[in-house]
Design a protein around this ligand. Structure first.
Ligand code: AMP
Ligand code: TRP
Length: 332
């Protein structure tokens, strides 16, 4: 079973990324190993330039993200952790696949619509972003793609593109399947719980970053929006409290029911401060490891190079097959 996921280096990483991303990467890394598969975790720096970005920031954030992936539990010996721009197959697959993806399909992508609304300059790259993502996944004969639910539409598009390519040019790609966490697939903003936690769409005070200090975390939970009433209950009409319950289950591994019954009748004040405490305890070891890894630039570059090498070797046969089947002359 091969696993592939991608994560953007720009934008500070937050609790939503942990719940829908990092946490699942580690779990699927272990599954891939038990089923004799390979796991690939890609820092999608090429995706990050589809919106306005600062070059200095991109470079720093790419190294930050590598350190964060390792700090949260990925093992560079067992998995290939690499930067997308280091493996040119991704840019090549992007072009080839853009010719088996329709304008109409891309126009329906809700993430494009949301992001385009927030940009003054809407790049062509932002529009074709899902094609680059499809290539990422398909190049590795991926079975499983661990992501948050915001990526569901992109994973479905990837399957459609793969099927179209296979039927036009012959069986080339496996059809990948998205896996979404049962709880915590969409962590919401603490201030505006109808929006997902995000560095682009959410609020600053309602976004808990993985590198936030204990004081910042306490403050953000303390001012978190709750709902009318007093019960700690996971319910449709209680988006604020439901989100806090989900965050608690992500932090401690408990079930929703266990959290509800523990805080039964205690009101929101205690609950919020204990969720904050659980999050602090979850994040502290990551923060410590993050700084140890991030401070060793030589080792970081060495590990990135090793990851790129594994990824190149794994993706090249599929890229070659794509060129071959589409009818390009190959120089042997
Ligand atoms: P990004 O930082 O946008 O590249 O996202 C990295 C991973 O985090 C993807 O798998 C997303 O689906 C996931 N993710 C982003 N925001 C959230 C959120 N608020 N809740 C759960 N998962 C999320
Ligand atoms: N689009 C994804 C996001 O914003 C990141 C991504 C790029 C990705 N390529 C991928 C995720 C391949 C999974 C598989 O979160």
């Amino acid at each position: 079973m091969n696993v592939f996921s991608g994560i953007q280096p720009t934008g500070a990483k937050h609790l939503g990324n942990y719940a829908g991303g990092f946490r699942q990467y580690v779990a699927t890394q272990d599954e891939a190993a038990t089923e004799a598969g390979e796991a690939f975790f890609c820092i999608v720096d090429l995706h990050s330039v589809s919106v306005e970005h600062d070059p200095v920031d991109l470079r720093e954030r790419t190294l930050d993200l590598f350190a964060m992936l390792v700090a949260t539990g990925l093992d560079p010996e067992r998995s290939a952790i690499f930067a997308q721009s280091h493996v040119t197959a991704h840019a090549e697959a992007n072009w080839l696949l853009s010719n088996v993806t329709s304008f109409g399909e891309l126009r329906r992508m809700t993430q494009f619509k949301d992001k385009a609304d927030a940009q003054e300059f809407v790049s062509a790259g932002l529009f074709t972003y899902p094609v680059l993502m499809a290539g990422d996944i398909l190049l590795y004969q991926t079975d499983v793609v661990p992501v948050g639910v915001d990526q569901r539409q992109h994973v479905e598009l990837t399957r459609n593109v793969a099927e179209r390519f296979n039927s036009r040019y012959g069986q080339t790609f496996k059809l990948p399947r998205g896996v979404y966490p049962e709880i915590g697939a969409k962590i919401m903003d603490l201030q505006e719980p109808e929006k997902k936690m995000s560095t682009t769409g959410g609020t600053e005070a309602g976004t808990v970053y993985i590198l936030d200090s204990a004081e910042e975390i306490q403050r953000k939970f303390k001012t978190a929006v709750t709902d009318s009433g007093r019960e700690v209950l996971h319910a449709e009409d209680k988006p604020g409290v439901s989100n806090l319950i989900e965050i608690m289950t992500v932090a401690t591994g408990e079930s929703i029911e266990a959290v509800q019954s523990r805080y039964d009748g205690q009101g929101y004040g205690t609950f919020k401060s204990e969720v904050a405490q659980a999050v602090i305890e979850l994040l502290q070891p990551f923060q410590q490891r993050f700084h140890e890894i991030r401070d060793d630039a030589g080792e970081l570059h060495r590990l990135l190079a090793a990851g790129a090498e594994k990824a190149r070797a794994a993706s090249q046969p599929t890229l070659d097959a794509m060129y071959e089947r589409m009818g390009f002359v190959r120089l042997s």
